[in-house]
Design a binder for this molecule. Sequence first.
Ligand code: KIV
Ligand code: ZN
Length: 391
Amino acid sequence: MSKKIWLFDTTLRDGEQVPGAKLNLYEKLEVAHQLKKLQVDIIEAGFPASSEGDFNAVKQIAQKVGNTDDLMITALARAVKGDIDAVYESVKYAESPMIHMVLGTSDIHVEKKFSKSKDQILQIGIDAVKYAKTLMPQIQYSTEDASRSDFEYLWKTIEAVMKAGATMINVPDTVGYAVPEEFGAMIAKLNDRMKNLDDSVLLSVHCHNDLGMATANTLAAIKNGADKVECTINGIGERAGNAALEEVVMALSTRHNYFDAYTRVNKKEIMNTSRIVSSLMGIDVQVNKAITGDNAFAHSSGIHQDGLLKSRDAYEIVSPTEVGLDDMELVLTARSGRHAVKNALENLSIGHLTEEHFEEIFADFLKLADAKKEVYDHDLFILVENYFNKQ
Ligand code: KIV
Ligand code: ZN
């Protein structure tokens, strides 16, 4: 039976901490309302201990967007009482709130960042979960830098925090170090052990894109048993970013037979969400970005345009309408063939030409396309008009 994958969106926490991406309260609320429309399962609304402004934004999102029990609102805490209290005090207004806490498990974090022993860090984690559990039932524990951690220590931590009451275990590839096969194998092993201990606890992953593999690692985790994934819109996030929500969702949907898994995301809202986040954050989407880039559904080679006009599936695996766009775009350039130019003229209702006229206009088109990078609709009108004026 097809498996539901929980979608946790961290655009407002991991995404918003990016240089230049700061949002004010009203912009955060707008993004949160749009994420609700997109139908993600969990919104991470911020890091309330970091500032009064962030605390207030998380609180307002919990009150105004989290007023339904099918959308969980969470926020981040370090494994310290002050942070946990700040999350509790801000997310408690949601119908379905959760405390998310993070503590490193790699030797680098334990020894160099915290200057503590592994046993000390383990105890801090257990105590923090036990304390958070006195405040609310839903607790996510993130083992920061999990992919560079000693596996048996990572497991010892997960086992202990599960016993202390964590309801979701998040395994981050914090610095984007993982590769899909290795990460997938690690998730399979953790999934096995976790399901033996308590199969109600969700196994989650959080992948960064430092080596360009965040989406691939996230999908490898799903293939190997992950129940939940953490993503951001447009892949925005610390350094090279996080796994892009739209890529993970559309990979699961397009390759459904391979993954046998689905999300409840409303795909028609993907493009809208991408544009809202990009414009409010003032960060452009890379033009060739999968799914949400300007060129993701634009075809320019003559061979491809001819193939598409004969059968869309020749060069299209995702329909632009699925993600909320009107249609594909056939860009007219010097590489476009007769088929694409004829199609464009017909769409403009100026396509009723004899073969002889069309051939001459097509020759004019090629000259113009060689001189200009792209030929637009208004250029075609002028081409046709000039041609008949010369007759
Ligand atoms: O990258 C990371 O490890 C994080 C954690 C807080 C989940 O963002
Ligand atoms: Zn992160």
